[in-house]
Design a protein around this ligand. Structure first.
Ligand code: PMP
Length: 408
């Protein structure tokens, strides 16, 4: 009846949000969402920041500048400097979650039919945004050290791909792979960016959630070491995973020419991100509350990650393959014997959910993969959840063995 625009004629919704209907079921253990643990929110610190922000009601209640409240921008520049990366105010744009940054950037840079490269497996909301933007998506595989930069180099050198507009990657504690791009690969990727004029999108919501291993500088920080590469980096960051997603405070750092156009795009999207939550975020950061909060949550996420990895080893042994992440929220696993979509149906009956791997593929789906998030459940619930998963796995294998016998 309605003449919808091409990308909305047969749109697919988020495959992860599809699973949300099961989460409300009593007794369900969820490894599905990429949500931070609700019981780890810094309720008192954020309440105090809210009170301080509201001492100047007009700055909370009025419209604000499209690129963000100046006091928040100052705090974010200071936060980036603690993370080892410099940036100026005209490079930084506050966004309504980092998700908005990606949307703005695609509006500004990518026309329908243009080639965009992304790591695979990839964050599904990025794949969805690329689909809606009608980009031609090409994928580069990820292994335990992150994006396979050699394969990217070979692809670019072969000339088999039309000039890609950009490459999307989550180099640190990736969603979903949990992998962290090694230092050597980061440098090689920056060199490729300069050589081929390839814009690298570094999506970095998780790097502060490190609970093991040594810090690896962001691509943005490392761009100071590779001449010319600063022009080829756009960096997204967010308070969602480290403070609270309800703030909807993210930010992007981009070359000024790009940032300026993203600000113009944002004017038609939401005029400005909520000045109220920006003021809260500014107060929270100015007080040093984030620095006090991070060690607490990373310690707990570390023990949850151990609980999950140890339980998977104990219950599944060689039947499962995965790498233990050094931070973030996700374990990416592969069960050679079974499709994870089949496993999910049995898992839901056993009151445990996860995200089947196919949600993270743009092509060449590996249906034996799955993403398990350890952030939200308690360590005891995690161990219980893995036991349920094992029962589901055994039932799924039995059902498969029984099926051909019935039909013969
Ligand atoms: N990028 C990645 C890799 C994510 O996992 C998420 C959240 N799941 C986002 C971006 C979006 O975060 P935000 O809440 O800042 O929009």
């Amino acid at each position: 009846m309605y003449a919808f625009a091409a990308p909305f004629q047969h749109p697919a919704g988020s495959p992860i949000r599809e699973l949300f209907k099961y989460l409300g079921e009593p007794g369900m253990i969820s490894f599905a969402g990429g949500y931070p643990a609700s019981d780890l929110f810094d309720v008192t610190g954020l309440e105090a920041a809210t009170t301080r922000a509201y001492q100047t009601p007009a700055r909370c209640l009025q419209y604000g500048p499209t690129d963000g409240l100046p006091e928040l921008k100052r705090e974010l520049i200071a936060l980036m400097s603690r993370r080892g990366a410099r940036c100026t105010s005209d490079e930084l744009l506050v966004t309504t979650g980092s998700q908005q940054g990606l949307d703005l950037l695609l509006r500004v840079l990518v026309s329908p039919g243009e080639v965009v490269l992304t790591e695979q497996p990839a964050y599904p909301a990025t794949l969805q945004a690329l689909r809606l933007g009608q980009a031609e998506v090409m994928t580069i595989p990820v292994d335990s050290e992150g994006l396979d930069v050699k394969k990217l180099a070979a692809l670019l050198e072969s000339g088999a791909v039309r000039q890609p507009k950009l490459l999307y990657t989550v180099p640190t504690f990736a969603n979903p792979s949990g992998a962290t791009l090694s230092l050597a690969r980061r440098i090689a990727l920056l060199e490729l960016a300069v050589r081929f004029g390839l814009l690298i999108i570094e999506d970095d919501p998780y790097s502060d959630l490190r609970f093991a291993g040594d810090v690896v500088p962001s691509m943005l920080a490392l761009s100071d070491e590779v001449p010319g590469s600063r022009d080829w980096i756009v960096h997204f960051a967010s308070l969602s995973k480290i403070a609270a997603p309800g703030l909807r405070v993210g930010w992007m750092i981009a070359p000024p020419e790009v940032a300026r156009r993203c600000i113009i795009a944002k004017q038609t999207v939401d005029l400005c991100s909520s000045p109220w939550t920006q003021a809260i975020a500014a107060e929270y950061l100015a007080d040093g509350a984030l620095e006090r909060h991070l060690p607490r949550i990373t310690g707990i996420y570390g023990s949850k990650c151990d609980a999950l990895c140890d339980a998977l080893h104990a219950e599944f042994g060689d039947a499962i393959a995965f790498h233990r992440p050094q931070g973030g929220m996700f374990v990416w696993a592969r069960m050679g014997a079974l499709s994870s979509s089949t496993l999910l149906a049995h898992a839901i009956d056993n009151k445990v959910v996860f995200v089947p791997g196919k949600a993270f593929f743009a092509d060449n789906v590996d249906d034996a993969t799955l993403r398990l998030s350890f952030a939200a459940p308690s360590p005891d619930a995690i161990r219980d959840g893995v036991r349920r998963l094992k029962h589901a796995y055994e039932r799924a294998l039995r059902a498969r063995r029984a099926a051909p016998a019935k039909s013969s």
